[in-house]
Design a protein. Structure first.
Lengths: 613, 605
């Protein structure tokens, strides 16, 4: 009965997907299963063995009663052979089951492993625009959930569904061979059960959908209530929130009770039909025994058959619900697998040779949505070894420059060239190997410090890793960690401070010794000492490399060979810091706003008065 | 366990109904083989009597038997349904209660609890753990009783029918139990392994998804795929080992039951030959066999479920049993409208579970309407001061008074209703913008809400949203930028029109323009109120009537900005480190125009 409830809950997750696409998905799953040819043949063979043995048992019992017990002058010796046959039969049934479980597990295990690997590989090949649209957390829970449901169905449901069908057919054959009239009576219940279970399932699906929705509201309120508890207390909202939660919770309770009233009827209905069929067989069978049409042993066989016959029927109707949930999950999984990467290496893409590092944007227009350009006709050139600082208000298009250079996205028109070679003409791997990227978020993997640095170049030796760490002055704090370089960083590097993580991502970029460095300066505040270190390290990193920096630090901007000022997707000003200040335009304005809040230690406003509007 | 059963208390009617239905259902189930026995015996007798016997046969036996069986079938269905439904209903109600209690508890626990607790963990307890407990109570508990009852009932009936055959049947029963124990023993270690490898696999995926930009930036797709393949294969092999064990042991339970069947047929058949047993008895024995096997398997399955449910229940009760260390004193008064005179007297404070004080003898006085800026390094005790005022925590010693009233002597509600707080992180709740602004005063009118929004410089962007004030935020709502959220949070505090204001003045992650707008809103908010500000920017400090400089839990310096600049070297250091990124070098180019800071400074004497 718990299985029935679970199966309804699963079925309720299926939205009104049209049945045709589900059928197509079902075929695709079947093709995958049958793809493991030898394996699926063995599964079928073991199923047939187990089912055959199950169908044979009751017959043998009835036969023994008729021909060895209810006869004139029965002997104990007469029982030996039939009992031995029964034992052998049951032994075979055990073997059939054992290998059916195992081979099925082997098959689904292989299948699911391949599916997971395919999904993972597919994810790696998708461009960033896909991840812009799909939140990582959502994607994760969807993947895990869908694959899990599919796995459950394949490892249990499929066996029960197919195994159940095979068993029912064999049982039905055996019953019909014994007596077709009694078999017919037993069969009567099948359409009834199908009717009852499909009706109940349809009702249950509606009810469970309501229950799911109300549960969603409860979870959301819980999550918010817990996350925002400090605000709730600060604003005296505790009681009001409790009333609100109580109402949501009560809605959920009512929806649940409504759903339960339906699912609770499921198993009893089938059991009752089972028992009623038994009654009918006793009635008709009893009469037939007296008429001499069947023997008493056949009647007893039938009592056993009915029980065995109903068992798979019950399982199948439950699995049917799970099947739909699993198929919906499979459909979403296939959708992901079929997702075409929108950014692929061209067929004739070449490896980017070792570059000098000249970067050129030539009339680049680009938008994350086709009709919402974030870059409009942007052109600039950074000579090899030069540093280019990009500044501008939020949303000006600064990050897009970086995204295009590393070819996380493709331009809509114009071109991005490295040493005169269009980035679309070379393989993505070879391009990114020569570009060191430091992102704002400083993502760390849950691995050792050493491995996190080595991520920049897998072939780097321990010594090279240490060298990079020294270069970014990260060694002092690394040695303070428990196990030095071998310290395991927690999830996303949670054990480190912002500044420390930033230094490590610098080291990670440096260990690859890239010709071109792309840097999105973090805005998050770090303590003073680290700030000084970061500034020093930055200067050292940028030296002798072509660098494009989305700059927030004045020191970075002042040391740049060229400053690009961006606004609304265009480069509105360019030049050195001093030139731009003299210009008195947007840059001068931004500069004032961003840095004017700075005072000198003696508290006196800086000496020079305003020179520009 | 007992406590769980006690939780059923309010629903004992439903539980009792379920229990009664359960007993009746068991009776119908156990009764039907007896009817079959009766019919079969009569049939066998008639057959033995030959043609005469058949002619004498009372047809009513078959008719009554069929009717009786049908009646039992219907009864079985009805009682089974009732048992299911009532049990589920009661368990759903218990889950409802538990969730409500957790929610209430969470809301009444003090900040010190929430500092330590993790949102995710609390969430798990309120959802997964409650669900496990519910499943066990609704299904497991009653199934367990049914199964035990069924086992006992079957044995009783079998012994009553024929004790010798019952013993033969029972001989294999301990073996069955043994098998079940072996089964559990064999599979248990696998569960941990499987879960662990699956967790690893999922962690790989999770990390890959969140770090996808880094993966792409370093062109590490192949490396990641290989790493994933290792975990993937590892998981598969662990699972396969488990399946291998299960597939060996699990079908053996059927084998056992079938061996039992063969034994019954053999010994029973022999007894029938000796006329010590009727053929109907034999049939009934065979039919009863299922009632010995299935319940045993069910109990085995439920035992695992019960253990998990009990662990979950423990975790739930752990939350519910956490004492709320912060409650109204028994004779707490309602704090009347205050002027806003705040005094800290020799306050010592340490967080629960910590061994050192974060505040060590802090004393200061804020007159009504003053602005107090609090400065200091991370960990110097800044936030502790502002947390003590609305009594999110209690002082370890010393006192905090408002208009001379100790905050511990008044009710929390009356205290907090006079204190407006803008936390560093602007948390909004799912709902409309309007409902978020009115969070602290749900009865506020639309006009008041808009007024607050205007004052917080939020009105302009709000009316530009698709549904204006009725736009939904939070889950499935419009996305607001950090600066916009902050302004909504400020409006929320403004609407309370509090006498005392607490600001964790942080505008990280917004651009300069927004920052300025927020600052302006904050300035407005602080006018004529006693305000406490954790200062992040120099303009705020300059405007403050009093600056408290904290270090290691002590107030090491105090005074106005000008006084401190003149006297305090510590203050100069902090100013330098906190605000002076490149100050020395930039002096030459920095210009101070007619910034709002300046304008205000001229106004403030």
């Amino acid at each position: 009965m718990s299985r029935a409830t679970r199966s309804f809950e699963l079925a309720a997750q299926v939205d009104e997907t049209d049945s045709r696409s589900l059928r197509a998905t079902a075929w695709r799953v079947m093709r995958l299963v049958i793809g493991y040819r030898l394996n699926s043949v063995v599964v079928m063979a073991t199923m047939a063995l187990a089912s055959g043995a199950i169908a044979f048992g009751p017959f043998m019992i009835g036969w023994t009663i008729d021909n060895r017990i209810l006869i004139e002058a029965p002997t104990v010796q007469g029982l030996y052979l039939p009992l031995a046959i029964l034992l052998v039969n049951y032994g075979l049934q055990y073997l059939g089951f054992r290998w059916q479980f195992y081979t099925m597990g082997l098959l689904t295990g292989k299948l699911m492993t391949k599916l997971r690997a395919d999904i993972f590989a597919r994810i790696q090949s998708l461009s960033l625009s896909y991840f812009d649209k799909n939140d990582a957390g959502d994607l994760m829970s969807k993947l895990v959930n869908d694959v899990d449901v599919l796995n459950q169905f394949l490892s249990q449901g499929l066996t029960q569904l197919i195994g159940g069908l095979v068993r029912m057919l064999l049982l039905l054959g055996a019953m019909a061979a014994l007596d077709w009239r009694l078999a017919l009576i037993s069969l009567c219940a099948v359409p009834l059960i199908l009717l009852v279970s499909t009706r109940l399932a349809a009702m249950a699906r509606v009810a469970y959908r309501r229950s799911r929705q109300s549960l969603g509201a409860v979870s959301t309120e819980l999550e918010e209530g817990i996350a925002g508890v400090k605000v709730a207390q600060a604003f005296n909202r505790v009681e009001a929130n409790q009333r609100h939660f109580d109402r949501l919770n009560r809605d959920n309770l009512e929806a649940n009770v409504g759903a339960v009233s339906i699912s609770a009827a499921f198993a009893p209905a089938i059991e009752s039909l089972n028992a009623l069929t038994t009654a009918a067989v006793i009635g008709l069978g009893g009469w037939m025994v007296l008429e001499g049409r069947v023997t008493l042993g056949v009647l007893i066989s039938f009592l056993e058959y009915i029980r065995r016959f109903f068992f798979p029927l019950q399982e199948i109707s439950q699995q049917w619900n799970i099947l739909q949930g699993a198929l919906a999950g499979a459909e979403r999984t296939f959708e992901l697998l079929d997702q075409q990467p929108d950014l692929e290496d061209t067929p004739d893409a070449v490896e980017l040779p070792a570059v000098e590092g000249e970067v050129e944007f030539d009339g680049v227009t680009f938008g994350y949505e086709p009709d919402e350009p974030v870059l409009r006709d942007v052109s600039f050139r950074v000579g090899a070894g030069q540093t280019c600082a990009v500044v501008g208000p939020t949303g000006a298009g600064k990050t897009s420059l970086i995204n295009l250079l590393a070819r996380f996205y493709d331009v809509q028109s114009g071109s991005v060239r490295v040493d005169g070679i269009d980035v679309r003409d070379v393989s993505q791997d070879s391009l990114r190997r020569q570009i060191g990227v430091v992102l704002q978020e400083n993502f760390m993997f849950s691995d050792t410090v050493q491995e996190n640095i080595r991520y920049g170049r897998l072939a780097a030796t321990d010594a090279e890793v240490a060298e990079a760490a020294q270069l970014v002055e990260a060694e002092p704090f690394i040695f303070e960690l428990e196990d030095g370089y071998l310290t395991e960083l927690g999830e996303r590097g949670g054990t480190l401070s912002q500044g420390q993580r930033q230094l490590l991502s610098f080291a990670r970029a440096l260990v690859a010794d890239p010709r071109i460095l792309v840097l999105d300066e973090a805005t998050a505040s770090v303590d003073t000492r680290t700030e000084v270190v970061i500034q020093n390290v930055m200067q050292r990193m940028l030296r002798n490399r072509t660098s494009i920096v989305i700059a927030h630090r004045l020191s970075t901007i002042r040391n740049a060979d060229m400053v690009l000022v961006m606004d609304h997707g265009r480069i509105v000003e360019r030049g050195t810091h001093d030139e731009l200040m003299a210009l008195g335009g947007l840059y001068a304005d931004l500069h004032t706003r961003q840095f004017s809040d700075v005072v000198s230690p003696n508290g006196v406003p800086p000496a020079e008065p305003a020179t520009a509007a | 366990m007992w406590r769980l059963l006690r939780a059923l208390g309010p629903y004992r009617g439903q539980a009792a109904g379920a229990l009664i239905s359960l007993v009746l259902m068991t009776a119908t189930v156990l009764g039907s083989p007896q009817v079959i026995r009766w019919v079969v015996d009569n049939l066998a007798d008639a057959l033995q009597g030959g043609t005469a016997g058949i002619a004498d046969f009372d047809w009513r036996v078959v008719r009554d038997g069929t009717l009786l069986l049908s009646g039992l079938a219907v009864g079985r269905g009805v009682f089974n349904f009732l048992q299911n439904f009532l049990g589920e209903k009661a368990s759903q109600s218990v889950a409802f209660d538990l969730r409500n209690q957790i929610y209430t508890k969470v809301h009444n626990l003090s900040f010190s609890y929430h500092d330590r607790a993790q949102t995710g963990q609390l969430m798990t307890r309120a959802t997964n753990d409650v669900e496990l407990v519910r499943q066990f109570m609704g299904q497991g508990l009653f199934l367990m009783i049914t199964s035990s009852l069924m086992l006992a009932g079957t044995f009783a009936v079998l012994i009553y029918m024929n004790w010798r055959l019952a013993i033969v049947t029972g001989v294999i029963f301990p073996l069955n139990i043994l098998l079940l124990v072996v089964f559990v023993r064999v599979i248990r270690p696998y569960f941990g392994n499987i879960q662990a490898t699956l967790d690893k696999l999922n962690a790989r995926l999770q990390e890959n998804l969140s770090g996808i930009r880094v993966v792409k930036a370093f062109a590490r797709a192949d490396f990641e795929i290989d790493r994933f393949a290792v975990e993937n294969e590892n998981y598969r092999l662990n699972l396969l080992k488990f399946i291998n064990s299960v597939s060996k042991v699990f079908p053996a339970t059927f084998l056992m039951s079938n061996i039992q069947l063969t034994l019954i047929l053999g010994f029973g058949g022999n007894l029938v030959m000796q006329d010590a047993l009727s053929i109907g008895d034999l049939t009934a024995f065979i039919t009863y066999l299922i009632f010995l096997t299935m319940p045993l398997m069910t109990i085995g399955f439920l035992a695992g479920m019960m253990v998990r449910a009990l662990v979950s229940a423990e975790r739930i009760f752990e939350v519910l049993d956490t004492p709320s260390e912060l409650t109204d004193a028994p004779n707490a008064r309602v704090l009347g409208s205050v002027a806003g005179r705040v005094q800290f007297r020799d306050v010592y404070f340490r967080y629960a579970g910590q061994s050192t004080d974060v505040l060590k003898g802090v004393s200061f006085l804020a007159s009504p309407g003053q602005t107090i800026a609090i400065m200091g390094k991370t960990g110097s005790g800044k936030s502790s001061i502002i947390n003590l005022l609305p009594r999110f925590y209690d002082v370890s010693s010393g006192s905090v008074t408002i208009d001379g009233e100790d905050v511990r002597a008044v009710t929390l509600a009356s205290l907090r209703s006079q204190i407006g707080i803008v936390l560093q992180e602007a948390i909004l709740f799912s709902g409309t913008i309007a409902s978020n602004i009115a969070y602290g005063r749900p009865e506020a009118s639309q006009a008041e809400i808009e007024q607050a929004a205007r004052a917080a410089a939020a009105h302009d962007f709000i009316v530009e949203l698709p549904d204006g004030y009725e736009s939904r935020v939070g889950e499935r709502g419009v996305g607001l930028s950090g600066g916009q959220r902050q302004r909504v949070a400020i409006a929320r505090a403004l609407l309370m029109d509090p006498r005392i204001l607490i600001l964790d003045d942080s505008t990280s992650a917004v651009d300069a323009e927004t920052e300025e707008r927020i600052l302006e809103a904050l300035r407005l908010l602080m006018q004529d109120r006693t305000s406490f500000v954790i200062a992040q920017r120099i303009s705020t400090v300059r405007e403050a009537d009093q600056v408290l400089v904290l270090e290691g839990g002590h107030i090491v310096d105090r005074g106005t900005h000008e006084e401190l600049v003149a006297h305090s070297s510590i203050y100069a250091d902090i100013i330098a480190s906190q605000f002076n990124r490149d100050a020395a070098r930039e002096q030459a180019v920095l210009r101070r125009q007619s910034s709002p800071t300046h304008v205000l400074q001229e106004r403030v004497p």
